[in-house]
Design a protein around this ligand. Structure first.
Ligand code: ADP
Ligand code: MG
Length: 732
């Protein structure tokens, strides 16, 4: 393999800027081709019998089962559409608990009774699939000897085509279930949570007299951060290839302190890459809006316009996959890991969340009248109460080995979940809380500031970038989701807990109404105590300030710094209760998820430790020994020179000893890590095992890294094998 110098030369001299956008869309107005690779309304209308089209639309909107005849008609139309665009195969596209997406392709090829080849795609092929899925993790839900799990079509997320230069594959978004109907994936609980939240939110809106509303949807707009480096570096770094992050690498003299990257002008190579990515996503009907440079060097962001949570989640998976595929075509490597480089910012995903109704209203948008704003405050307080009561669960929703490096590292919110509301809204809540009146005419509401809400401008509210759960004018922004993770867990958990609190609010409000209270009073009697109760979760200050940790502890807010510690909260009785009561997960499903996430954590740290050991032994220690022998040869020959100044010789011996000391230390740290790793590997109990990886193995990898990085800074650059930070981050 080429050395570092050749790599840099290759990148700077020979990388050609070349577009890979398909000819059919290059330089066309986006609106002309937007959604052409997705079975959207236009395609449905064209390829389905009119009645089938109407029935399908109704089912997508209102739920209900798809009968055999309709499935047959839709399958036929979908196939004709796909074939007209060059598809030969189809696949159920689903999201197993590993966090990636899965697919198994089948061709449309079939044979007629008289043996003639035909393109066939039946209603059954569309509705249900049976991947040979015994190797997907199920956390014990489906013993591997047992029958396989099955995938089932999710008609609420549009089917789409994945293209290569050789043709296309029809992808059918699907859930993945065990034969006993238990969720083996990330989509199922999200769909369940949307349905339950819809029921409860509708009930609430009806209490407020909004009888026309027929549906409430949770909406999500994720902002996706990522790094790009040249593929040649990536291929020379086993740590990046196997773990997604650098396990070694000294901090470069320049990192992000000049703040010259954020929103800076985008390099042409990257811009061409982004345009390629976007063209493909537009074809898939994914509403990409924003692109920019992020804070760290070589870090970028892509954001889509918000959609219903299920579709937004599928689209975020497709965005990540497309980024990866297109990067490869551009000789770039995509790094989605939460912390690919130590010492500079990592990547996350800002998960913007709100609720919208069938009338097009955003339920977290303040209104124009006291009545509207009372409704707004009800949804707001139910959300705040949910976050307060289940902040441990929200923390668990985003727990991963990767995200542990990022949370609380002065670049991302800490592991303490708190809510930021902004000055105006805080003031209104304070007014309500301090209010002594027991009567609530519309005039009183106006006096309490409730009519001022429409004046809240987004600029006023979005200033606190350090808050993990910030109200930003008409939505909440959950800023702690990891960049590599699916947004599904965060969202099905937000939906679940908000659903549970809204349900409680609705029960209390209707019982107040039954007692004869008017609506204002019935509502305020419920929400004012919640304003008082949830005060500890509200925090307007700097979340990165160490003082906040102490303050949060006083307030009794949980602060689970590591994944194994946080994951345990899935099993807390109140958390099991909220899932089972809302029927979003049953006890076995929760337990299974906990097991899978815990095992995933241990496996991740195990791979990191094995990789660190192998790199230290084969790529760092040998270089260090080589340089040590160069040093000692130099000192040896110097001391043999007649008339050499003994002081100079002594000085050089000292330097050499200091370097050799590092080499010895490196060797020791390698042994320590090996011993700790062996111990963790041998532990049978999964909980204890994860703890050992967290508390013993991980710190040992850090200790090893520290010595290796010191050695890097003192070793002849021409001997160093691994691409260095300053090269990966700045030369591309
Ligand atoms: P920023 O947070 O960078 O200031 P915006 O607030 O305009 O940018 O939007 C960020 C993201 O929030 C976008 O993906 C946008 O689509 C999404 N968003 C806006 N409104 C909503 C909503 N009602 N529900 C969910 N996401 C939303
Ligand atoms: Mg934002």
């Amino acid at each position: 393999m080429a050395g570092r110098k050749e790599t840099i030369l290759e990148i700077t001299e020979n990388r050609k800027l070349s577009s890979t956008i398909d000819n059919d869309v290059i330089k066309k107005p986006v609106a002309d081709y937007y959604g052409m690779n997705c079975f959207n309304d236009e395609a449905m209308r064209k390829f389905l019998p009119y009645n089938a089209y109407l029935k399908l639309k109704k089912i997508i909107k209102e739920g209900e089962n798809i009968d055999g005849l309709l499935a047959e008609e839709v399958a036929h139309g979908m196939k004709e559409w796909a074939i007209s665009k060059g598809a030969s195969h189809y696949t159920h596209w689903f999201q197993p608990l590993t966090g990636l997406t899965a697919e198994k392709h089948d061709s449309f090829l079939s044979f007629s009774k008289d043996g003639l080849p035909i393109n066939r795609f039946s209603g059954k092929n569309l509705s249900q699939g049976e991947p040979d899925a015994s190797s997907f993790p199920s956390g014990g839900l489906r013993a591997t000897f047992e029958a396989r799990g099955y995938t089932a079509w999710d008609p609420t997320s549009p089917a789409f085509l994945v293209e290569t230069s050789n043709g296309a594959t029809l992808c059918i978004p699907s859930v993945f279930l065990s034969y006993t109907g238990e969720a083996l994936d990330k989509k199922t609980p999200l769909l369940r949570s949307m349905e339950k939240l819809n029921d409860v939110a509708l009930r609430m809106l009806h209490l407020f007299g909004n009888k026309n509303v027929t549906e409430v949807n949770s909406t999500v707009g994720p902002e996706q951060e990522y790094f790009l480096i040249d593929k040649l570096y990536f291929n020379q770094r086993p740590d990046l290839m196997l773990t997604g992050r650098t396990l070694f690498g000294a901090k470069p003299p320049k990192g992000q302190e000049m703040e010259d990257h954020y929103f800076g002008s985008i390099r042409e190579r990257v811009l061409i890459f982004m345009q390629d990515v976007e063209a493909r996503l537009f074809k898939l009907g994914i509403p990409i809006k924003t692109r920019h440079n992020e804070v760290a060097p070589a870090q970028f962001e892509i954001a889509a316009i918000f959609e219903g949570s299920n579709v937004a989640t599928d689209h975020n998976q497709l965005i990540m996959e497309t980024l990866r595929k297109v990067a490869n075509r551009h000789n770039l490597a995509l790094l989605l890991h939460e912390k690919p480089f130590a010492g500079i910012n990592g990547s996350g995903k800002h998960n913007n969340w709100s609720l919208s109704d069938s009338e097009g209203s955003n339920l977290l948008e303040p209104g124009r009248t006291p009545h509207d704003n009372l409704q707004f405050l009800t949804f707001l307080m139910a959300t705040i109460k949910a976050v307060y009561k289940y902040s441990d669960l929200l923390r668990a929703a985003i727990a991963s080995a990767g995200n542990d490096h990022r949370l609380g590292a002065n670049e991302a919110p800490p592991a303490i979940i708190s809510v930021f509301l902004g000055e105006q809204l805080s003031k209104i809540l304070d007014n309500l809380e301090g209010n002594k009146k027991t009567d609530y005419s519309d005039k009183d509401l106006i006096d309490l500031g409730i009519s001022n809400l429409p004046l809240i401008s987004k600029d006023n509210t979005d200033r606190n970038r350090t808050s993990p759960f910030a109200f930003t004018g008409n939505k909440f922004e959950f800023r702690a989701v990891g960049s590599a993770d699916s947004v599904s867990p965060a969202n099905f958990i937000i939906n679940t807990i908000v659903c549970s609190e809204l349900d409680d609010f609705a029960n209390k409000i209707s019982s107040n109404l039954k007692k004869g209270m008017d609506l204002n009073k019935a509502v305020l009697e419920v929400i004012i105590p919640v304003i008082k109760e949830t005060k500890p979760i509200r925090f307007e200050g700097n979340n990165y300030d160490p003082a906040w940790e102490k303050e949060a502890e006083k307030r009794g807010l949980p602060n689970k710094k590591t994944t194994p510690e946080s994951l345990k909260d899935y099993l807390a009785p109140k958390n099991i209760e909220v899932f089972t009561k809302t029927k979003i997960l049953n006890e076995r499903e929760i337990e299974a998820r906990y097991q899978i996430l815990l095992e995933k954590y241990s496996k991740t740290i195990n791979i990191e430790a094995e990789t660190a050991l192998s790199m230290a032994r084969t790529m760092i220690l040998p270089v260090a020994i080589k340089y040590q022998s160069i040093l000692s040869d130099a000192v040896g020959s110097l001391s043999k020179v007649k008339g050499a100044d003994p002081k100079v010789v002594a000085h050089q011996v000292k330097s050499m000893n200091s370097y050799s000391g590092l080499v010895v230390d490196l060797d020791k740290k390698i042994s320590t890590l090996a011993v700790k790793l062996k111990k963790a590997v041998d532990i049978k109990d999964e909980v204890k095992k994860a703890d050992a990886y967290c508390k013993d193995v991980l710190p040992a990898t850090f200790a090893l890294r520290e010595v290796a990085d010191s050695i890097e800074l003192q070793t002849d650059d021409s001997l160093w094998v691994l691409p260095k930070y300053q090269e990966m981050l700045f030369i591309y």
